[in-house]
Design a protein around this ligand. Structure first.
Ligand code: E4P
Length: 221
């Protein structure tokens, strides 16, 4: 399973990269807007920090405009994956970009039918939003399971990226469902490290180590 960071913040990305377990980054227009730089500028900086797939979203609404915006984004760096919204114009753009060899990520996917369309269009990645579905009382995990079954039935190559993850339980559940990628807000990544028994165990190990050190110092005097 690949871990992406769901962030456009350079400090978070640097910290994530330093851990050695991050395979890529997803951004969206809301995350880019928080950083105060243009999408091109911010994506370029992110590409300098990590060698992995970096999703950058188009913001136009017609297929022709999305194609030209997508081509521009893809020229920023070889690792850029063009993020396109799930809508008829977006799907036409995905099919056209796929023919040019530009990799796409179909975003704002909320149903298995939408995921099936994305795969048919030749999307490189599809992003079902787990948390936003849970927020409206729909089972987001069930969507990941359905997509994995459908893609498995037909051997679609499109990778399933579980997006809108709110906590470590979400990550575990989508991993159990077989999602290829989980995109993690930095805070979610941090929570995945923690366990009270780890903290307690480490404290005890260090205490015992320090006591044995003081003992051996006493003996050697
Ligand atoms: C990632 O590609 C999505 O844009 C992101 O996971 C959405 O997360 P949110 O629902 O927390 O905004």
């Amino acid at each position: 399973m690949k871990f992406f960071l769901d962030s456009a913040n350079l400090e978070e990305i640097k910290r994530g990269v330093a851990l050695g377990i991050i395979d890529g980054v997803t951004t969206n227009p809301s995350l880019i807007a928080k950083e105060g730089y243009s999408v091109d500028e911010q994506i370029r900086k992110i590409c300098d920090l990590i060698d992995g797939d970096i999703s950058a979203a188009v913001v136009s609404l017609t297929a022709a405009e999305m194609v030209s915006e997508g081509r521009r984004l893809a020229r920023i760096h070889k690792n850029v994956v063009v993020k396109v919204p799930m809508m008829p114009e977006g799907i036409a753009a995905v099919a056209s970009l796929a023919q040019d060899g530009v990799r796409t990520n179909v975003t704002l996917c909320f149903s298995a039918a939408q995921a099936l369309i994305a795969a048919k269009a030749g999307a490189y990645i599809v992003s079902p939003f787990v948390g936003r579905l849970d927020d409206i009382g729909v089972n987001g995990l069930g969507l990941i399971q359905d997509i994995m079954t459908i893609y498995g039935n037909y051997g679609f190559k499109t990778q399933v990226l579980a997006a809108s993850l709110r906590g470590s339980l979400h990550v575990i559940e989508v991993a159990k469902a077989g999602a290829h990628i989980a995109t993690l807000p930095y805070k979610v990544l941090q929570t995945m490290f923690g366990h009270p028994l780890t903290d307690k165990g480490l404290e005890q190990f260090l205490k015992d180590h320090n006591q044995s050190l003081s003992l051996s110092e006493l003996v050697s005097q």
